[in-house]
Ligand binder design. Sequence first.
Ligand code: PEP
Ligand code: MG
Length: 588
Amino acid sequence: MRRLHGRSVSAGIVIANVALVQERPLPSIGNACSADTPESELARLDNAITQTQRQITKLRTKLEALPEEGREEIGALLDVYERMLGHSRLIRTARARIAKDRLTAEAAVQQESETLAALAGPKPNTPEEEREAAARRAGEFREIARRLLRNLTGVSFRAFSNLPVGCILAAEQLRPADAALIDPTRIAAVLSEGGGATDHTAIMLRALNVPAVLAVTDLTSAVQDGDLLIVDGARGEIVVNPDPATLAEAQAAMAAEAQERKGISRLRRLPARLTGGEDIELLANVELPAELPLLRRNGAQGIGLLRSEFLFDEDREWPDEMAQYAVYAGIVRGMDGLPTTIRVLDWGGEKGLERLRMLGYAAAEDGGNPALGMRGLRLLLHHPEILLTQFSAILRASMDGPVRVLLPMVTATNEIVTARELFEKAARRLRRKGVKLPSRLPPLGIMVETPAAAMTADALVQHADFLAIGTNDLTMYTLAVDRAMTMDSDLYSPLHPAVLRLIATTVNAALRGHRPVCVCGELAADPHAVALLIGMGLRSFSMTASALPPVKKLIRALSLEECDTLRRQAMLADDPPNLRAVVRNFRG
Ligand code: PEP
Ligand code: MG
C-alpha cells in the first residue's frame, strides 16, 4: 500500500482499478532545415492545419454528449484553438520562418509556439494572481502546437474510448481538450501527474463533476495499469493497493458521501424556512456560466450576484453589446424564471486597469493605489460608453427573464443618479431603435461595500431600488486590511464589531426605506454568521453555490428567537476575538 498526494480539483471518493493512458512520444524535431522547397513545407503545414481543424470540429460534436456543465467551458477553449489555427500570430510567424529560414514545418511550429508560449507564460515578476492565467495561455500555444506536430509527423493521439467502464483514468499529462473525450458516466475519476488546481483542465473536470486529483507526485512511477486505487478528490489523496482496513474505511466514507448527496438533493426541494415559518431567500454568486448547473442542483432561488468581469477577461476580445447580450440572455434563460442580478463591470485592480490602458482609456492613467481610486462604478462613470454598452446588453436580456442590475463600489448618491440617467438613456436608445423592452425597467440596485456607503445608506436608499452588502470589500475598507494579502489571517475578518455595526446601519436604513437588502460577500457562506445576520433583520443571502446546502440545513433548524439572542450577544462583543468566539460557539 502506498499513499500519493496531489492537488484537489474535484471532490468525491472512488474505489476502482486504474487505467494508465500513455501517449506515444513525438520524434525529436530540433532545428531542422528542410531539404524540400519552402512551398512544399508550407503545403504540409496547410494540410496539418486543415486536419487539426477537422479534429477540433469532431471534438466539438462530442460536446453534445457531455453534461451541460462541461459544454460551455470546453466549447470556449475549442474556440480559442480554432482562432489559433486561423490567421493567428503562431501560424503567420511559422510560415515566415519556413519561407525565410527554410525550416521544416515541424521545426517552425515547434520553435514559434515555444517562443509565443514563453512570451505569454508567467515571468518572475508576474503577480501571483495572474500566474495561473498566464500559464493557461502558454498551455494553449503548446496544445495547438502538439496537435499540429502529431498531424505533421503522423504520430497518433491517444484515445480514451476503449477504457474499461468505471475505471480511474491516470495520465502523465491531461490536456484541456482531453476533457472533451472523457465521458463522466464511464470514467469514475481522473488523475494526472501534471496540471494545477486552477488551469483549464481542472476547471473542466470540475464542470464535468468527475472526482479528480492533478499534479500527483510520482503517479506514473508508483501506479501500474490495473492497480486498485482509492481516490479522495476533496483531500487530493490516492491510496495504491490499499490494505483491507483502509479499503473498509474508504467504503464507509463512500457510503456516507452517497448519503450526504441524497440529503442535499432532498434539501434542494425544501424551502429555507425557519422553525417559526419565516422564509429566507438563498441566492447564488456566479463568476462563470459553468457554475449554473451546480447552483440549480443546490437549490438556489436565483442569482444574487453575477460578477460580469469574466466577460472582459484579457484572454477574450472586448465584448460588444450583442456579444454581451448573448451571454446574459443564455444565463437568464437558463435560470428558468428565477431572478438574475447582473453586476456591471467591477474593475479596479491592476489587471483591469492594464487592459483599459491598452484600449486607450484615460482614467487608467490615474496612478496611485488601484484599490483606492478609480475602481468600480467610478471607473465606469469616467468611461460612460462602457457602461452604456453593458446597460444596453443587460436591458436586451431583461426580455428573456427577470433581471436586476447592480452597481459596484458606490460611495455617494450622485453616482447612483448619474448611473440611472445612463441606464435610462440606454433604454431610450434601444426603444428608438425598435428594440422591445419591458414596460418597467429592471430594478437598479447598489453594492454597499465601502464604509461611506454604509454610513450614508439612509440617503442612498432614496435612489437605489435594492441594496447588496458586499462584506468582502466592506471588511477591507473598514479594517484597512488587503483582502487579497491576508485572507487567511485573523486580521482580515468580517466578524469585527466595526463591520457588524456598518451592516446594522445599512440594514436599518434599507428596512426603513422599504428596500430589499441582501448580503452577498463571503460572510453569507458561513452558516453561523447567517444566523447572526438573520437576527439583525436580513432575510436574503447570496453565496457561492457550494455553500447553499449547509446554510439551508442550519436555517431549517433555527428559530428567529435564537438568531435574535445571537445578535444581542454579538453586539455586546467589543473586540474581534470575542465576536468570533460568540459566533463560532453558537449552538455549542
Ligand atoms: C464583496 O466585496 O463583498 C463582493 C461581493 O464583491 P467582490 O467580492 O466581487 O468584490
Ligand atoms: Mg466587492
